[in-house]
Design a protein. Structure first.
Length: 213
């Protein structure tokens, strides 16, 4: 195996966080008096940075998106982050990689404090040497910035020895921007067309396929 460092996305890769995110978006829209969009639009919020989602999927202005994120976090920090479940096979995968001497880290667009709480709650934090997310003030929200910070925290200098594991185009784009290859997982919220369009190096259908590669 040529990879020594694995950077994992969180939402849709380690945990199925869809319910909490969708409920948070609904809460935000109800509080602002906006119409709740169809389910297929709500599903698009799982993975990308929230600001980007409110602007891209609902046409919000930058200022309105900031308010929407503020309302979303009112719900998410107390309730939504625990409306979540670890994907089957993830604990076994992480244990196998760590026991093989691999360095594991999280690189997610979710705010870092929320990410730490989620991983600790589900007993996954112990597998990771570092957990890197976005900042609550709206900085470091681009996936390329998150990946760059995670690599720095991991002390990675040889980019060919690290790989990004995620389920959305942002993970592929963020990986490639930092000179990394990407494993695109299909058990989360991604789709095969997106993986091919953005040239993911690997497409995997289950957690243990990551270890097999």
């Amino acid at each position: 195996m040529k990879y020594n460092t694995y950077l994992f996305d969180l939402d849709g890769t380690l945990t199925d966080s869809g319910l909490g995110i969708i409920n948070g978006v609904k809460y935000s829209l109800e509080k602002s008096g906006d119409e709740i969009p169809p389910q297929n639009t709500l599903l698009k919020f799982i993975g990308p940075p929230l600001w980007e989602s409110f602007e891209s999927f609902l046409g919000f202005s930058k200022e309105k998106a900031e308010t929407a994120v503020k309302y979303y976090r009112e719900y998410y920090r107390e309730t939504g982050l625990f409306e979540n479940a670890v994907y089957e096979g993830i604990p076994e995968l992480l244990k196998k990689l760590k026991n093989s001497g691999k360095q594991l880290a999280v690189a997610t667009s979710k705010p870092e404090p929320f990410s730490v709480r989620i991983l600790e709650h589900f007993g996954l934090a112990e597998y990771f040497g570092s957990i890197t997310g976005s900042d609550l003030d709206g900085t470091r929200i681009e996936k390329s910035e998150v990946v760059a910070c995670a690599l720095e925290r991991c002390g990675v200098t040889d980019k060919s020895s690290a790989v990004m594991v995620g389920d959305r185009k942002h993970d592929i784009i963020g990986a490639h921007a930092n000179g990394l290859e990407c494993m695109y997982v299909m058990y989360g919220y991604g789709n095969i067309d997106e993986a091919r369009e953005h040239n993911a190096e690997y497409i995997v259908n289950s957690p243990m396929e990551i270890a097999d590669i």
